[in-house]
Design a protein around this ligand. Structure first.
Ligand code: B16
Ligand code: MG
Length: 224
């Protein structure tokens, strides 16, 4: 980590941090699993948080009692089918679906003159942010289709920092998935995790919910 750090930007995961789309992902994967005769529980769905669409599909298929070898084309078709269902479900999102504390936290960051970015594994991030009516609250939204590596690789957070024109060590990353926290730490950023502390051994700060996000407190902790 660089010796003198100065907080310049906060980079957010989307699903589970800005809004809770996990339920919609669950419903779309559940319908896909049911069609394929594969058991799929809410508990198993937890493993898919922060995981890319194709990797999520492969995890789901690994639950089949009798494994089937799908061709690459069939895998793409299955992933597309899930995404169609998901896209229909997220059409119902409104600004009321912003998680508690997020609007104020982002406003405080911006009023302090800091930058904000989105580092989401979702190819639907822009659709979700548009429905939440917060597109103008973020200086950068990383285009995940241009990246080579999925979280826990730090590429998405490093790309966000580069596009914001700041050093990674001058950033806070906020995540709700362990793979995302590992990506933040791999990028040499200060990691704030949302959820159960037992799941985030590598985070610098763990908050049980977004309602606890407080810009001044986190800025103080960042400065040590
Ligand atoms: P899509 P995040 C992730 O978003 C979700 O947590 C994960 O469940 C999902 O599979 C992934 O995006 C890909 O989403 O199918 O819309 O491209 O948490 O990184 O904001
Ligand atoms: Mg997430």
């Amino acid at each position: 980590m660089k010796e003198t750090r100065k907080l310049k930007a906060v980079i957010f995961d989307l699903d589970g941090v800005i809004t809770d789309t996990a339920e919609y992902h669950y419903q779309a994967w559940k319908a896909t699993a049911t069609e394929l005769g594969i058991p799929f529980t809410r508990e198993f769905n937890e493993n898919l948080k922060g995981v890319s669409r194709m990797d999520s599909l492969k995890l789901l298929l690994s639950q089949a009692e009798t494994p089937v070898n799908y061709s690459d084309e069939e895998l793409v078709q299955l992933a597309d089918r899930k995404n169609k269902l998901y896209v229909e479900l997220i059409e119902t999102i409104t600004p009321a679906d912003l998680l508690p504390g997020v609007t104020e936290f982002v406003a405080d960051i911006r009023s302090a003159g800091l930058k904000t970015g989105i580092a989401s594994a979702s190819k639907n991030a822009i659709a979700v942010l548009t429905r939440l009516r917060v597109m103008d609250q973020f200086d950068v939204i990383v285009d995940v289709t241009k990246l080579k590596n999925n979280k826990p690789d730090p590429e998405i957070f490093l790309t966000a920092a580069a596009e914001l024109g700041v050093e990674p060590a001058d950033c806070i990353g906020v995540e709700d998935a362990a793979s995302g926290v590992d990506a933040i730490k791999g990028a040499d950023m200060f990691a704030v995790a949302i959820g159960n502390a037992a799941h985030f051994p590598h985070a610098d700060v763990v908050l049980s919910s977004t309602a606890e996000l407080n810009f001044r407190e986190l800025a103080q902790k960042f400065e040590g």
